[in-house]
Write a protein that binds this ligand. Structure first.
Ligand SMILES: Cc1cc2nc3c(=O)[nH]c(=O)nc-3n(C[C@H](O)[C@H](O)[C@H](O)COP(=O)(O)OP(=O)(O)OC[C@H]3O[C@@H](n4cnc5c(N)ncnc54)[C@H](O)[C@@H]3O)c2cc1C
Length: 413
């Protein structure tokens, strides 16, 4: 068996941030980064953006070259999914043997949700991994009718890429309005206008009844909707969200959220047991972690690049520093690129009121402020990448509504 040190499960963004943070903190013990995939850790945002429209088959967008891990003396295990955890003996079981730990950071992210009844039918894909993007990119190289199930951010980016090739695209969304959870109904409606402006058909408020296959019964030919309509399509991309990758923890005492299976943490990202008590030496970070964000007085699980990176660093710092663990807080931030327009959101969309401060035209230059009580709770910009981070300070400040509105009025003149 190896010597005990820091073990990080999940060789993604949060996992890499955790390893680097531990070394920055001066941790000199062994660090092992356990990954389920065959690649070194790679970045996900490019998968649904530039890599889908690139001229060559998508390269793996590595987060760090191998030399960086060597330099930091980090042992990266690939193709080694964690399959079990013994928190008393402090051992992670993997497909390549047991790995003992002194400190453990769980950063195993999430996996795409699949539509029931679609497995084994060729032409139906999700988009989360490099092999997913390779398969979708290949299909996009020749004429193809594209159906995207789910009008969320990843579905919208796939639609945008497909339109870039000139392919006909239909998005099918079961909810009456898209992105209401992330942007609120009004904000969701504003970004959704980009689809019509770019020739993507959007079908709202209708679910998927079944997949239609060709005469062989093995290849998709279309989608039957719950209202009886049929949308022809030979490439179907399912973008109906992600679920935390925690099946391997189901037989352990780790507390998992009853609704989505994410890992329950306290304010310092220390993992809680199913009885709600901190599990000694175990922390979590990234898409997999639920924690109370004191800035918003709310439990959150974010699927955003920025928070995954920040949480990885914070969890490892708390794990190895030896001093009292610090609460982790963040102002949620994400971006998405549709049809050449950048959509950005900072804060939270839970609001009493939305104020559209700027709406230059249908395809860009839109700024929306979200008010909760007397404070700016969130800000949405469409095609104003110059502004979003300037608004961040209003989201963190109490009673910031009036000053935020005045600031915006000035900026949006
Ligand atoms: C296609 C796509 C586009 C995105 N675009 C944006 C964007 O534009 N803006 C934005 O803010 N965010 C975006 N995101 C979200 C952002 O990329 C994620 O929030 C971030 O990658 C989360 O990092 P993570 O390390 O927590 O999880 P992940 O990136 O999911 O990494 C977790 C790793 O753990 C591995 N793993 C899982 N189970 C095990 C196990 N049992 N043992 C070992 N390893 C395991 C997984 O294989 C994976 O490699 C996008 C996500 C996707 C999928």
């Amino acid at each position: 068996m190896r010597n005990r040190g820091l073990v990080v499960v999940g060789a993604g963004l949060a996992g890499v941030a955790a390893c680097e943070s531990a070394r920055r903190e001066g941790f000199s013990g062994p660090i092992t980064l356990i990954g389920a995939e065959s690649h070194l850790p790679y970045d996900r945002p490019p998968l649904s953006k530039e890599l889908l429209v690139g001229e060559a088959s998508p390269a793996v967008p590595l987060l760090r070259e191998r030399g960086r891990f060597t330099e930091l003396d980090i042992d990266v295990m690939t193709d080694a999914p964690a399959v079990g955890l013994d928190t008393r003996a402090r051992v992670v079981g993997t497909g390549k043997g047991d790995v003992p730990y002194q400190h453990l950071v769980i950063a195993c992210g999430a996996r795409s949700r699949e539509l029931p009844g679609t497995s084994g039918i060729s032409g139906i894909h999700t988009l989360r991994t490099h092999s997913d993007v390779e398969a979708v990119w290949k299909r996009l190289q020749s004429p193809v009718r594209v159906v995207v199930i789910g009008a969320g951010f990843i579905g919208a980016e796939v639609a945008s890429a497909a339109r870039n090739y000139g392919h006909p695209v239909t998005i099918v969304e079961a909810a009456p309005a898209p992105l209401t959870r992330s942007l609120g109904a009004e904000g969701g409606a504003l970004v959704t206008e980009l689809h019509a402006a770019n020739g993507t058909e959007l079908v709202l408020g209708v679910g998927v009844e079944s997949m239609i296959t060709d005469s062989t019964g093995t290849t998709v030919a279309g989608v039957k909707l719950t209202d009886g309509r049929v949308v022809d399509g030979d490439l179907v991309v399912v973008g109906i969200g992600a679920a935390p990758s925690t099946e391997w923890l189901s037989d352990t005492d780790i507390g998992l959220d009853a609704r989505d299976g994410g890992i329950e943490c306290d304010a310092t990202l220390a993992v809680l047991s199913s009885a709600g008590l901190p599990v000694d030496g175990v922390w979590a970070a990234g898409d997999v972690a639920h924690w109370p964000n004191a800035l918003f007085d709310k439990r959150m699980r974010l699927e955003h690049w920025a928070s995954a990176s920040e949480q990885g660093a914070a969890a490892a710092r708390n794990a190895v520093s030896g001093s009292s663990p610090m609460p982790f807080t963040t102002v949620p931030y994400f971006w998405s690129d549709w049809y050449g327009t950048r959509i950005q959101f900072v804060g939270t969309s839970h609001a009493d009121e939305l104020l559209v401060q700027q709406r230059r035209d249908k395809t860009g230059g839109t700024v929306v402020l979200y008010r909760s009580g007397g404070r700016v709770a969130g800000v949405l910009t469409i095609g104003r990448p110059d502004l979003i981070m300037k608004y961040r300070r209003f989201v963190t400040a109490p009673d910031s509504w009036v000053s935020g509105v005045n600031y915006g009025a000035d900026q949006c003149r």
